[in-house]
Write a protein that binds this ligand. Structure first.
Ligand SMILES: Cc1cc2nc3c(=O)[nH]c(=O)nc-3n(C[C@H](O)[C@H](O)[C@H](O)COP(=O)(O)O)c2cc1C
Length: 362
């Protein structure tokens, strides 16, 4: 299967299935000398992990990252960094009943038609288990971006079903299992999720991400535009059905006088563009948003067909996320960090001699 790699100078290749012995990846192109040790992966992998609250899947994976190569005495050597994460809590028997049917909303039907064979256990390669490796690779990108450029990539849950934040505080985001930016609403979210689980149904969600400290100049027109690569990276996450950069689709109803971000020496007057113009970073925060569809594996029976073409009702048992967006914040952050690091290295390769240009807007 091809297209398991992305990036040009900073490349990530992932492998593995949900219920295979392990998942992993090879991160190539990381500059030498970056401090890297297994403990650095713990925080983000814990943020992505299942079973962190009753509102996510109850699969309990150890998510321990083994660094197999590319690091010597706690620092990257510039050679490929191989990462291995063993699957420790796969229960394939949950999937025996659905091996002969195509679950609605899943990749079963499409993988079957493309490859003529599929691994039904936990969704195989289509499982979001693969995103664990993206998050691990993202840890490396975040560390390099922070150390080399002071860039910080942070995300939060910006909508859960019909609920939207009634306030905003970055501090709150890390203090609840929803990555919700308004602490006072968390009990409401818990009640909402409890009722949803009881109903056997699922909902969608929106995750926003902000990358601060990106200097002007990153991004490669015309086919490697920063916004184009961010959109592709975010759309590659399981269950993402929409991506916005800056005001995104709201721009449709805006006037030019409102949308264009005016330039002043002490700063742009607004950031409707999401920090990107002509596919190149402006120096403002990069703003991206991803829409996640509702979980397809639900207890409410859904109509489908089996391998013989007979009509069947599908009820998906097993351990599922009633809202996949709840765990997606670190995945969205990781994909943004991976794109930014690749673009930073590409900018350095072609344009390092250009140096800092004046005037530079604050
Ligand atoms: C963090 C995360 C967790 C997910 N967990 C589940 C799940 O428990 N059950 C499910 O049906 N889909 C889950 N998904 C979504 C499926 O992986 C995805 O819908 C499926 O592979 C089909 O691909 P597509 O929706 O991208 O077209 C999850 C997605 C993400 C990002």
């Amino acid at each position: 299967m091809s297209s398991n790699s992305f990036g040009k100078l900073f490349t990530v290749t992932t492998f593995g299935e949900s219920h295979g012995p392990a998942i992993g990846g090879v991160v190539d192109g990381c500059p030498p000398g970056l401090p890297l040790e297994p403990a650095m992966f713990l925080h983000d992998l814990e943020r992505r992990a299942t079973g962190r609250s009753r509102h996510t899947s109850q699969r309990h994976e150890a998510d321990e990252v083994e660094i197999l190569s590319g690091v010597y005495e706690g620092r990257t050597t510039g050679t490929p960094i191989a990462l291995l994460i063993r699957n420790t809590d796969a229960r394939s028997k949950d999937y025996a009943a659905i091996a002969q049917t195509f679950r609605p909303g899943h990749a079963d039907y499409t993988y079957w038609h493309k490859y003529g064979i599929r691994d039904p256990r936990g969704g195989g390669r289509a499982s979001a288990r693969e995103t664990t490796v993206r998050v691990a690779a993202g840890v490396i990108a975040k560390a390099w971006l922070a150390r080399r450029h002071g860039v910080r990539v942070r995300g939060y849950l910006a909508q859960l079903g019909e609920l939207v934040p009634k306030g905003f505080d970055w501090e709150a985001v890390e203090q609840n299992p929803f990555f919700w930016p308004h602490a006072a609403q968390v009990p409401e979210l818990e009640r909402y999720m409890d009722a949803l689980r009881k109903s056997g149904d699922s909902v969608g969600a929106r995750v926003n991400v902000v990358a601060e400290g990106v200097p002007p100049g990153w991004g490669e027109p015309v086919y490697g535009k920063l916004d184009a690569e961010l959109a592709a990276a975010l759309m590659s996450i399981n269950a993402v059905k929409g991506v916005e950069i800056g005001d995104g689709f709201a721009a449709v109803g805006q006037r030019g006088s409102e949308h264009r971000d005016e330039l002043q020496m002490d700063g742009f007057t607004s950031n409707h563009a999401g920090g990107i113009l002509g596919g190149i970073s402006t120096g403002q925060p990069i703003l991206a948003s991803a829409a996640f569809k509702p979980t397809s594996s639900i207890l409410i029976p859904g109509r489908s067909v089996d391998m013989e073409g007979h009509a069947v009702d599908v009820v998906t048992k097993g351990r599922h996320d009633p809202c996949v967006g709840i765990r997606a914040t670190p995945i969205v952050e990781a994909m943004v960090a991976l794109v930014l690091m690749d673009q930073a290295l590409r900018h350095r390769a072609q344009c390092a001699d250009v140096g800092d240009m004046a005037p530079r807007i604050a």
